[in-house]
Ligand binder design. Structure first.
Ligand SMILES: Nc1nc2c(ncn2[C@@H]2O[C@H](COP(=O)(O)OP(=O)(O)O)[C@@H](O)[C@H]2O)c(=O)[nH]1
Ligand SMILES: [Mg+2]
Length: 325
């Protein structure tokens, strides 16, 4: 591992893919010396970030996320965009990289010179994976990628995390599951800036159109969180490359509108502050549990609560009091 921050900063800025990959590897390292190094690198790269369209994509496994990203990504790189694809997938710990283990679905994109695909880092908590993805996003921006796509699976908490690091959050859905909304939680619908009903092709076309109407009605139940945007419902076929262009137009329309009013800048600022708060709270927790006095007294107090010798309130008060001494 190179220890000179300049190597990474210059390498990333000059579009050296090897340096970019090594910088992300550094982000993924948990060694304190690597973390010190990477924070210096990130500080120097920060002035060159912020110029991309940040697009998050979610949907249940099998909805066609990878196929969609291949279709959209190819469409973009052929028009000379530079596209980076990252993933947030905490489950990849068990499955060995479930989201983009299937690079086969991104066959053309994965070898294109204007594309960069990085699977979710294996191991770690959602918080850890999210931090790595956020920092990788910044590095990709500094490397000149002007579209960053972040993929996540539509199960669990990772959507919330992805929605809080992108400008536009796209929910892919399927037709035919009726009004049960396929186990997509209501909370995820509320995060979406658009829904695209995928696989609108062949026998499925009519059903996709019906689903579009059902979802459009469902979306009307929410009051939009900005005056600038109400989330539309679209249809597409990633397989036939139908409707992909419309989805991208929608993303650009949103970007244009929010940029013009200053809402985009506000959104990113809010995201950065919320993220800072999360990091601070996580850091405090880590720091707290590593304190010798906590390590020593917590097991005893836990047992005391178990045995009914003291109340949880009294036990916590006692631990927190140790901190004042
Ligand atoms: N008919 C049809 N099949 C599709 C479409 N998009 C994806 N698929 C198929 O759906 C399956 C799952 O796609 P994949 O992209 O791996 O889904 P992911 O799990 O959401 O990433 C694959 O067999 C794809 O070929 C589409 O637009 N139309
Ligand atoms: Mg996939």
């Amino acid at each position: 591992m190179d220890i000179d921050p300049e190597y990474y900063v210059q390498g990333v800025r000059s579009g050296n893919r090897k340096a970019l990959a090594k910088t992300i590897t550094l982000i993924e390292s948990s060694l304190p010396k690597h973390q010190d190094l990477i924070s210096r690198v990130l500080d120097q790269l920060l002035p060159f970030t912020g110029k991309s369209v940040r697009l998050g994509i979610t949907g249940v496994p099998g909805v066609g996320k990878s196929t969609f990203i291949e279709a959209l990504g190819m469409n973009l790189v052929e028009r000379h965009h530079r596209v980076a694809i990252l993933a947030v997938d905490p489950s990849s710990t068990q499955s060995g990289g479930s989201i983009m283990g299937d690079k086969t679905r991104m066959e053309k994109l994965s070898v294109h010179k204007n594309a960069f695909i990085r699977p979710s880092p294996a191991g770690g908590t959602l918080g850890g994976v999210s931090r790595k993805t956020r920092e990788s996003l910044l590095v990709c921006e500094a490397a000149g990628f002007d579209v960053i796509i972040i993929e996540t699976v539509g199960v669990g908490q990772s959507e919330v995390s992805v929605a809080s690091m992108v400008d536009f959050f796209l929910l892919l859905m399927l037709a035919g599951a009726g009004d049960d909304l396929q186990g997509i939680k209501r909370g995820i619908l509320e995060l979406a800036d658009a829904i695209a009903v995928n696989k609108a092709d062949g026998d499925n076309f009519e059903r996709a159109m019906q689903a579009k109407n059902i979802y459009t009605e469902a979306m009307h139940l929410f009051s939009p969180d900005t005056v600038d945007w109400s989330p539309p419902v679209l249809t597409c076929s990633s397989l036939n490359m139908d409707g992909i262009e419309e989805v991208w137009e929608t993303v650009l329309d949103h970007h244009g509108k929010l940029s013009a009013t200053g809402a985009l800048e506000q959104k990113r600022k809010k995201q950065a502050l919320a993220w800072m708060r999360t990091l601070l709270e996580d850091g405090l927790k880590d720091w707290f549990y590593y304190l010798p006095v906590v390590k020593k007294s917590l097991p005893k107090l836990t047992r005391a609560v178990e045995r009914g010798e003291t109340t949880p309130t009294a036990a916590v008060k006692m631990i927190l009091n140790f901190l004042n001494n």
